[in-house]
Design a protein around this ligand. Structure first.
Ligand code: C5P
Length: 399
């Protein structure tokens, strides 16, 4: 099951050099399980041929309003009725203007006008065209009409200029579409998370860390964002890309992570501590690289602050969620941790199930007891955890 399984997406491609990226977008949408129907403007076919999109989507591509392949010759009605959402990428300045004015002089603009499903557009054009007051007016009008604007990004442009007007990358557009379909369980909430390992320096080139990949924390940050929350992720060192729409703050050591969290926790209604924080750190990091002269080397380790316990004990504590990664006795240890840190929700997993991979197996522990979730991808589990969390948020807190 992909994250877009069962969704029928009509991808509109209008005339712009970013049309070549729409081919990659189709591939990503198909990979995520969506059914994709492509409709192009005549101008778009100058950049990429319909054959490319037909091969990638597995469906005939429509360009012409008068296409005789459609039985009733109403391609605009048929195509728009068969879609759960229309995404236009790239959306040219001309197409935005047409949609804003409700004009319908070719297949794509006509089916957009005839739609009864949501419309998302990814503008792509030269920066002067984007900044032009006419385009800005049209974009504002579209937003007012309930059209979802994805981008544009700033950066180097095909014309050689630099500025606003680049189309969002295909991966970001796919992510936005996945997010669009998620229930908005956390609309209007601010969520703060920690994720990844911490790194406790021994000397300038060595340190103590652990095998946490950060994937579960990143998946949760993404799921919270897709559920409508404003999300800040305080992350230890990982190689993971920051999820779309999430603000990421980098932290190295447990003490840096604690500072970053305490500076922001006042605004958060939910705090989710997923980071595998090192329990101990070297008392003092050596200022220079330690040479291997001595036969034995003793490191004096001191306890790190417990960030979650500290946040949960704040007078105006947010709703706190802890993670318990255990190597045995998951049920007993996780519930004990929940009681000790006074947390309304703990997500428990076994190291053997959790570390490194894309899949996980978790049990949720709350005031009502243990709720095992079926093994699934970290992305799917994250969405289920968010749904459970939202249910608890709506009820009085029970430890
Ligand atoms: O105490 P323990 O490490 O077993 O608890 C795990 C939970 O506490 C996780 O949610 C983890 O992110 C959080 N934690 C923390 N700061 C620490 C240790 C753990 O926030 N120093």
């Amino acid at each position: 099951m992909g994250e877009l399984t069962g969704q029928r997406i009509l991808l509109g491609v209008s005339g712009g050099i970013a049309a070549y990226k729409a081919a990659e977008l189709v591939r990503l949408l198909i990979k995520a399980g969506a059914q994709v129907q492509v409709a192009m403007t005549a101008a778009a076919t100058h950049f990429v041929t319909p054959v490319t999109f037909q091969a990638l989507s597995g469906q005939p591509v429509f360009v012409d309003q008068w296409d005789a392949r459609v039985g009733n010759n109403m391609a605009h009605i048929d195509l728009s009725r068969q879609a759960d959402a229309i995404l236009v990428a790239p959306a040219s300045a001309d197409l935005l203007a047409k949609i804003a004015q409700g004009r319908a002089d070719d297949l794509l603009s006509t089916l957009i006008l005839a739609r009864n499903c949501p419309l998302l557009v990814a503008p792509a054009m030269n920066r002067q065209m984007w900044e032009n007051p006419a385009t800005q007016r049209n974009a504002a009008q579209l937003a007012e009409d309930g059209v979802v604007l994805l981008g544009p990004d700033a950066g180097p442009q095909a014309c050689g200029e630099v500025g606003d007007g680049r189309m969002w990358e295909p991966e970001a557009l796919k992510e936005a579409l996945v997010g669009f379909f998620q229930p908005k369980h956390l609309a209007g909430r601010r969520v703060l998370l920690t994720a990844g390992p911490t790194y406790e320096a021994i000397d300038p080139v060595r340190g103590i860390t652990n095998l946490s990949s950060g994937r579960m924390g990143y998946a949760l940050a993404r799921a919270c964002q897709q559920a409508g929350a404003q999300v800040t992720l305080v992350s230890g060192p990982t190689n993971l890309p920051c999820p779309l729409g999430v603000e990421r703050i980098a932290a190295g050591s447990a003490r840096e992570m604690r500072e970053a969290v305490l500076a922001r926790v006042g605004e958060a209604q939910v705090f989710i501590a997923v980071a595998a924080v090192a329990d101990y750190r070297p008392e003092q990091a050596a200022p220079q690289k330690i040479k291997k002269t001595a036969e034995n080397l003793t490191l004096n380790l001191v306890k790190n602050p417990d960030i979650l316990a500290e946040v949960a004990a704040l007078p105006n504590a947010p709703f706190c969620v802890g993670f318990a990664a255990e190597s045995e006795n998951l049920e007993a240890y996780a519930e004990a941790k929940r009681q000790k840190k006074r947390l309304p929700l703990v997500v428990g997993n076994l190291f053997s199930d959790a570390f490194g991979g894309e899949e996980n197996k978790v049990v949720l522990f709350d005031g009502d007891g243990a709720h095992p979730l079926a093994p699934a991808s970290k992305a799917r589990l994250a969405a289920q955890i968010v749904a459970h969390l939202a249910g608890l948020l709506a009820a009085p807190v029970r430890i």
